[in-house]
Design a protein around this ligand. Structure first.
Ligand code: FES
Ligand code: FES
Length: 158
């Protein structure tokens, strides 16, 4: 007997996507292997590190803990949505200019979280940045570069 499948109809970074996936397909695998969007990274696979963060409608979710089926009918946004061809978002430029990453595995999740913060609060305090970004772990930067980057993007310095 073949595995059960579900039919999905959603928008991914503004473009319509329709198709069938296994009912137990994780969102991170759906994005990387079915859709071919490999910007979203998988770190811990258990919902702790934030590397796999994407947006479902207006909500940040860990795509390693979310079934692809849960994205049916939603607006799904990934890190690939941030740059418009060669034109980077201020938060992306800030990460480059202020040492926001080293190995880069956590960076897509950091960027998705930071972008959501800046849309929610364009001028967050340092405490607000720290509180918001707490779900995104980084083993390389010691977090100071990430903090500097988010501050710079918020202040329009990047
Ligand atoms: S890979 Fe999803 S939270 Fe770590
Ligand atoms: S840049 Fe390496 S884990 Fe964050």
């Amino acid at each position: 007997m073949s595995d059960p499948t579900v039919t999905l109809s959603l928008r991914i970074n503004g473009a319509p996507w329709q198709g069938e996936v296994p009912a137990n397909r994780l969102l991170v695998d759906f994005l990387r292997y079915d859709v071919g969007l490999t910007g979203t990274k998988e770190g811990c696979s258990v919902g702790v590190c934030g590397a796999c963060t994407v947006r479902l409608n207006d909500r940040l979710v860990s795509s390693c803990l979310t079934l692809a089926a849960m994205a049916d009918g939603t607006e799904l946004t990934t890190v690939e949505s941030l740059a418009d061809r060669e034109e980077l978002k201020p938060i992306q430029r800030a990460f480059i200019e202020h040492g926001g990453f080293q190995c880069g595995i956590c960076t897509p999740g950091q960027l998705m979280a930071a972008q959501a913060l800046l849309e929610h609060d364009p001028n967050p305090s340092e405490d607000a940045i720290k509180a918001w970004m707490m779900s995104n772990l980084c083993r390389c930067t010691g977090y100071y570069g990430i903090l500097r980057s988010v501050k710079a993007a918020a202040g329009g310095a990047a």
